[in-house]
Design a protein around this ligand. Sequence first.
Ligand code: RTP
Ligand code: MG
Length: 155
Amino acid sequence: IRDSSGGSERTYVMVKPDGVQRGLVGEIISRFERKGFVLKGLKLWQTPEELAQNHYFELKEKPFYPKLVKYIISGPVVCMAWEGPGVVASARKLIGVTNPLQAEPGTIRGDFGIEVGRNVVHGSDSPENGEREIALWFKDSELVEWEQCITPWLR
Ligand code: RTP
Ligand code: MG
């Protein structure tokens, strides 16, 4: 739908079941919002197992894959599509490295986690995967095309 060569790109961010249970949804949305990215899709829902398997298909051979899928379907998640220049890499920085014990303070995982299997949040690792994951988790009708009026104050 959108030409990512135009300087803007999209990423898929998800508050994982532990983040939802712990009441971190607002905190996490807030960090992306204050950074200046634009929210294009948002929903809370219970993930079907097949979707979780599809989302993590690249990790299918990893020993932790079955536990990972179980974790992702263990409770509701909050799905987000965020847009902005460089949003994929920037979201990964805001989120922090995979293992929360290694993640820098100030990052979401660095501030809120201690366990790699309970690392609070997901972010796409490339613009291609951003588009793939947004298409996987959202119907077209759940994504809203809108312009943020404060953009001139940001960039
Ligand atoms: P994510 O995809 O969730 O944003 O995380 P990531 O890119 O930082 O890490 P990735 O390698 O894609 O792994 C996906 C998720 O699998 C779980 N994991 N467990 N050694 C382990 O037990 C292990 N390694 C990875 C984590 O929940 C990780 O976020
Ligand atoms: Mg990943």
